[in-house]
Design a protein around this ligand. Structure first.
Ligand code: G1P
Length: 292
């Protein structure tokens, strides 16, 4: 069955980016020329997703406005004869169909995804987390759809992380059944380094079957007192198996200040007009450093 829907949880507070996130949704903070969420929705659209379901909370309506038409802006650009920007704005609003649902209580990622159950219905779907920006030739979710089409099992994106960072992620372990595909045997949310079964972290991209909703409904709170998606996936693994897919691409953790700066620099470096200026800036910064 073709994956047509993607759930994008956007209900988090973004405390690491206060004070900006007091008034701006963290998903709208710009990475080079576009808000973070633009890259995420673009990845979904380029993967063939037709409908994006945002799970939002109060104060996040601006995300919906971003993907809607802004008629007064459009007529302003029309009057100015700025056809290029006008076309860009129209294209943005037509990229994909957007719907949303509210998460009224912040009870964790598993709970956020459960809010989309009625909008997803009885079909497999994708989940993309706003913090995990993946830059790749073939969009990461599209790579994962190929794995789903071959094995018909839930797929989580994975990536090796330094051992002392395993407690920030869901961690998976198991034998490889293909160059990039791991048959998950162990899966644990935010383990202490000494308890972790390995260092392959779950990165916020998933393809899930609709059976996950039944498991999420009965899922008890786990690490941090939150209803964890990983815990429901552990149960799904027992009944129908879960695969981890080591994607081909670069990942930036846009939810972390360093990762956010890195994503900005890497995306700006891709712009031929910007690259020489940045290279010159870096040379200057490095040559200004006193030598040890
Ligand atoms: C969530 C998931 C975790 C995953 C991470 C990836 O955690 O629960 O399994 O490794 O996203 O970004 P969060 O970062 O929301 O705490």
């Amino acid at each position: 069955m073709k994956i047509k829907k993607a759930v994008i949880p956007c209900a988090g507070q973004g405390t690491r980016f206060l004070p900006a996130t007091k008034v701006v949704a963290k998903e709208l903070l710009p990475v080079y020329a576009k808000p973070i969420i633009h890259y995420i929705v673009e990845e979904a659209a380029l993967s063939g997703i037709e409908r994006v379901i945002f799970v939002t909370s109060s104060g996040k309506d601006s995300i919906l406005d971003y993907f809607d038409h802004n008629l007064s802006l459009q007529s302003f650009l029309e009057r100015k004869g700025d056809t290029e920007r006008l076309a860009q704005m129209r294209q943005l609003s037509e990229m994909v169909e957007i719907v949303s649902v509210r998460q009224k209580h912040q009870l964790g990622l598993g709970h956020a995804i459960l809010q989309a159950a009625d909008l997803v219905g009885d079909e497999p779907f994708a989940v993309l987390l706003g913090d995990d920006m993946i830059d790749s030739k073939v969009p990461c979710i599209k790579q994962m759809m190929r794995v789903w089409n071959k094995y018909h099992k839930a797929v989580v994106a994975t990536f090796p992380v330094p051992h002392d960072q395993v407690d920030r992620y869901g961690i998976v372990a198991g034998p490889r059944i293909d160059k990039r595909v791991i048959q998950v045997k162990q899966m644990v949310e935010k383990p202490k380094p000494e308890d972790a079964p390995g260092n392959m972290a779950i990165i916020g991209h998933y393809i899930l079957p609709p059976q996950i909703f039944r498991l999420l409904k009965s899922q008890r709170a786990g690490v941090g007192g939150e209803i964890q998606l990983t815990d429901a996936l552990v149960r799904l693994n027992r009944s129908q198996g879960v695969l981890a897919y080591e994607f081909d691409g670069d990942r930036y953790d846009a939810g972390d200040v360093f990762g956010f700066i890195q994503a900005n620099i890497m995306h700006a470096m891709k712009d031929p007009a910007m690259r020489p200026k940045l290279e010159e800036l870096f040379r200057r910064i490095i040559s200004d450093q006193p030598t040890a």
